[in-house]
Design a protein around this ligand. Structure first.
Ligand SMILES: [Zn+2]
Length: 252
């Protein structure tokens, strides 16, 4: 049986790159095909009717034709353009970071409906929220878990005892926490406060509706952000580019 020549899918546009004079290659995250790439022909022409439906972060319904090498987007209709994200610089950078980190953690053609829903939930949350730090940490913790890098936040990695209510030590290399008796402060560990540990556990075990109720101080979110950044950088073995923009967008 020959495969269908065209297919319909929803997709979130993760990024795009220019191809020749008027075309772009889009990296898309879809519900059932995972991450995939497709060409948007003529999108850079001023009269393009597709352009507005295929911006980075757009959630769109697409009709795609199978191509020899890359598939081709033949129709695009916006489901949600996330205009509240686009109209706010800080939210835009947060949205770009969300799409970049999903891109970095995923392989072409490996489908994960959970990751699709996670990204969509996160973008909706960023769109609604006053600030983006908690939604991004929620995304990071769940992306780590789905990808097989769930950080151990309940038991000491060495003695396997439940962590006590004191400052413990997070190991970015091993992806978990050591109790003060088992870990030594130094370059291989990051101190993790009781409240940071509790908030991370809460985000880790909560669905998006519960997670959206979390309300914590900026200083605590900064601590969690820096712990997760060290861990994610270790996992990905290089910096996630958009973090530089997040730093720039941060209010003084
Ligand atoms: Zn221990």
């Amino acid at each position: 049986m020959r495969p269908e020549k065209v297919y319909r899918t929803q997709a979130i546009v993760l990024r795009h790159s220019r191809l020749g004079e008027a075309d772009k290659v889009l990296t898309l995250y879809t519900p059932y095909l995972g991450k995939t790439r497709a060409i948007a022909k003529g999108i850079l022409k001023p009269a393009s009717r597709k352009a507005g439906h295929l911006e980075v972060l757009s959630h769109s319904a697409l009709l795609i034709a199978r191509g020899k090498n890359l598939d081709i987007v033949t129709q695009a209709q916006t489901i949600d353009s996330f205009s509240l994200i686009r109209d706010d610089l800080g939210k835009t950078f947060a949205g770009f970071y969300a799409s970049e980190i999903v891109d970095r953690f995923t392989e072409d053609g490996v489908s994960s409906y959970r990751i699709y829903c996670l990204l969509l939930d996160t973008l909706r949350w960023i769109s609604d929220a006053e600030e983006s730090s908690i939604p991004l940490r929620y995304l990071e913790l769940h992306l780590l878990e789905i990808s097989g890098y769930r950080p151990e936040l309940s038991l000491c990695l060495r003695c396997r005892q439940p962590l006590k209510e004191s400052t413990n030590l997070f190991s970015p290399a091993l992806g978990g926490v050591f109790c003060p008796e088992c870990g030594e402060e130094g370059t291989y560990y990051v101190r993790i406060s009781v409240n940071a540990l509790k908030s991370m556990r809460f985000l880790q075990r909560s669905g998006v509706e519960d997670a959206r109720r979390l309300n914590v101080r900026d200083a605590l979110m900064n601590e969690i952000e820096s712990i997760l950044r060290r861990y994610i950088t270790t996992v990905l073995e290089r910096e996630v580019h958009s973090t530089a923009f997040l730093e720039l967008a941060r209010k003084p």
